[in-house]
Design a protein around this ligand. Structure first.
Ligand SMILES: Cc1cc2nc3c(=O)[nH]c(=O)nc-3n(C[C@H](O)[C@H](O)[C@H](O)COP(=O)(O)OP(=O)(O)OC[C@H]3O[C@@H](n4cnc5c(N)ncnc54)[C@H](O)[C@@H]3O)c2cc1C
Length: 435
């Protein structure tokens, strides 16, 4: 593949509305002048006939890839093509958790790279994404689990990443809401990553969109890709509901619809789609200031700034593209919730929703070239792709711009499945619904 060269003559930005710098001073000024100075955060672009790079999917990874292509690698002749409004896919449906507490060294490095990018992101984008490093606390309930978590914490520390063992008394102090003794599996202790936390998910899509648009990227909403244009073994563009668009490189960042788009190129991916649900309760006073995960079931919870408890569990086991989960899974999640936090039984659930997960065969993502020249793939994020957005965007942009994998993402190539060097974080094997 010939890597695209940086733009020699970046397109003029004069036609592009700039939303200006956001600051306290500007807020005050707008407050005193009738809020008349605000403009669109990103330009509503119309598609041109061709681009150097067309990114399919305006979720977190697509927008971040476009942003880093333009600002880090100097490639501005880029379009992001999204079938609906940006940000209504999984980037706006997740439970907002960020962390790098993985076990496999390659995964720790990749997610730590992402966490470091999160730490500087708001300043870089000049956008408040409400990055809150309140800590992620994983509980353990058996001695075997204590061993596993200690090993994981040690592995992280060896790689310079923050991780702390937490005693039972410390868990009691950190999360008074937890019932330590009366659950089916009493809490023995925990494992804390103090730098983990949450980020307001839709602000991430908006912030990257604003940054990309100002750097010259066209963000084209309500434009569904219906086919991939192919000449022999090369992809040359996309067919859309608004007509064809040519491209030197097409990059798929469509998360739950990865298999559908790959099939348009005649490719079958080691990915299955499943639905994952999330729930939010009515708002209550502050009771939980860490992200908490239950070790004896699949349940994780945090408290939003509005006061609702935001929680989720495992994916539904069947394959689907439907964005709604089933009652049995809702019951399973609720059962875990009240076992760990009995007080939750008295709260009303305000909202429940689902998102389609692209579950890979080893539970790790894919950022890779494909057998077709001109086609790059970013996907297989399972239910962990939100935290990976900055690193996913940066490494995918690197792959497009330089024609070779970014050092942090070399283990995420598609060829690993054929070569038998899978990146199976949980050691579960090719059972996507278990990862
Ligand atoms: C309930 C739930 C909880 C989760 N919790 C977490 C969490 O706490 N932490 C974490 O790290 N991850 C979490 N995730 C996973 C995370 O949200 C996803 O892995 C990640 O958002 C996927 O990447 P994305 O943002 O690019 O995807 P998306 O936002 O889904 O972007 C893909 C886009 O492609 C578009 N598209 C699809 N087909 C086409 C087409 N033909 N033409 C044009 N556009 C198309 C879609 O409309 C969509 O906007 C969770 C997911 C869910 C559903």
């Amino acid at each position: 593949m010939t890597p695209p060269q940086p733009d020699r003559a970046p397109r003029p930005r004069s036609s592009r509305a700039s939303s200006g710098r956001y600051s306290l001073w500007r807020l005050l000024r707008e407050g005193f002048t009738g809020q008349r100075g605000w403009s669109r955060a990103w330009a509503k672009a119309q598609a041109r006939a061709g681009y150097r790079v067309v990114i399919v999917g305006g979720g977190g990874h697509g927008l971040a890839t476009a942003y880093y292509l333009a600002t880090e690698y100097g490639i501005r002749d880029v379009a992001v093509v999204e079938r609906g409004p940006i940000g209504l896919g999984n980037v706006g449906r997740n439970t907002t958790i960020i962390r790098s507490n993985y076990f496999l060294p390659d995964n720790i490095r990749f997610y730590e790279f992402s966490l470091k990018l999160w730490e500087g992101l708001e300043r870089r984008l000049n956008f408040n994404a409400m990055v809150s490093q309140r800590g992620t606390l994983n509980l353990f309930h058996t001695e075997a689990q204590r061993d596993l978590m200690t090993r994981r914490a040690n592995q992280m520390r060896l790689l310079g990443v923050d991780a702390e063992g937490v005693s039972r008394d410390e868990v009691r102090r950190l999360v008074p809401l937890v019932d330590l003794d009366n659950g089916r599996y009493p809490v023995l202790g925990g494992f804390l990553q103090p730098r983990g936390g949450t980020v307001r998910h839709d602000a991430v899509a908006w912030g990257y969109a604003r940054g990309a648009s100002e750097a010259g990227v066209d963000i084209i909403e309500h434009c569904e890709v219906t086919g991939l244009r192919r000449e022999g073994a090369r992809i040359t563009g996309v067919e859309t509901t608004r007509g064809p668009i040519e491209a030197e490189t097409v990059c798929l960042t469509v998360a739950g619809h990865s298999s559908v788009l790959a099939a348009m190129a005649g490719l079958t991916l080691p990915i299955e789609s499943h639905v994952l649900q999330a729930f939010v309760t009515e708002g209550i006073k502050p009771v939980l200031d860490v992200v908490l995960t239950y070790g004896a079931g699949h349940f994780y919870v945090s408290q939003s700034d509005k006061g609702g408890l935001v929680f989720g569990g495992a994916i539904d086991g069947y394959n689907t593209y439907g964005q709604r989960g089933t009652l049995p899974m809702a019951e399973e999640v609720a059962a875990s919730a009240v076992t760990l936090l009995p007080g939750v039984a008295r709260l009303k659930i305000l909202r429940q929703w689902g998102g389609v997960m692209d579950m890979s065969m080893d539970g790790s993502p894919i950022i890779s070239r494909t057998p077709l020249a001109g086609l790059i793939f970013n996907g297989g994020w399972c239910y962990g792709g939100f935290k990976a957005i900055p690193a996913g965007g940066m490494t995918t942009a690197h792959l497009i711009a330089r024609g070779e994998a970014h050092p942090a993402a070399m283990h995420l190539d598609l060829a690993r499945f054929a070569a038998g060097r899978t990146c199976d974080e949980r050691g579960i094997g090719p059972h996507p619904y278990l990862h």
